[in-house]
Design a protein around this ligand. Structure first.
Ligand SMILES: [Zn+2]
Ligand SMILES: [Zn+2]
Length: 190
């Protein structure tokens, strides 16, 4: 029996999952922006679109920081901006305590709460968050395992692909529910 994660755990786990896409070997960070129990945007630290990855060609280090990557929090804010999704009043779930620059961006974007599980770094981020009355919640790290229960839930079982294909061969039409609630038969093109 798996334990159902609460909302904070759930969004932190999603942030951890996003961090798997990070491309800088110095740090893998993920961020989820959420409001009213919904994800608004996600981000991880990586290069600008179309540029080389740190993992492939190395970092660009200036003052001991990698300049090649856009940080996870910035990428999440930018993703929301590109898609026209408001982030005011949202919470940021981040795998690592935001740096000073990301903290300023989150505050300016109207983020009201930051949830992390990492230690706080020696930056100005915490001071800025406190001054802006952004709530900082530090949790313990959620389970790093994803419970996809293959044994107890049939929906999670590995599907027998050959038999599915066989079914598709014998099926000639599918029923589609129309906007008015009627049923429309659609022929399957083979
Ligand atoms: Zn890097
Ligand atoms: Zn940052």
């Amino acid at each position: 029996m798996t334990i159902r994660p609460d909302w904070d755990e759930y969004f932190l786990k999603l942030a951890m999952l996003a961090s798997e896409r990070a491309t800088c070997p110095r740090m893998h960070c993920g961020c989820i922006l959420a409001k009213n129990k919904n994800v608004i945007a996600s981000g991880y630290n990586g290069s600008i679109p179309g540029d080389d990855h740190c993992d492939d060609v190395g970092c660009i280090i200036v003052d001991n920081h990698c300049m090649r990557t856009v940080h996870a929090e910035m990428n999440a804010l930018i993703q929301a901006a590109r898609r026209g999704h408001a982030v005011e009043g949202a919470s940021a779930y981040v795998t690592n305590m935001p740096c000073t620059t990301c903290a300023k961006a989150l505050i300016t974007a109207g983020i009201i709460r930051v949830v992390v599980f990492s230690d706080f770094h020696d930056t100005l981020a915490l001071d800025f968050f406190k001054k802006a009355r952004v709530v900082i919640d530090k949790h313990t790290i959620p389970s790093t395992e994803i419970s996809y229960d293959l044994k107890d839930y049939s929906s999670a079982r590995v599907t027998d692909i050959p038999s599915l294909k066989q079914n598709a061969k014998t099926l000639n039409s599918i029923d589609t529910v129309t906007a008015r609630g009627g049923i429309r038969k659609e022929k399957i093109r083979k």
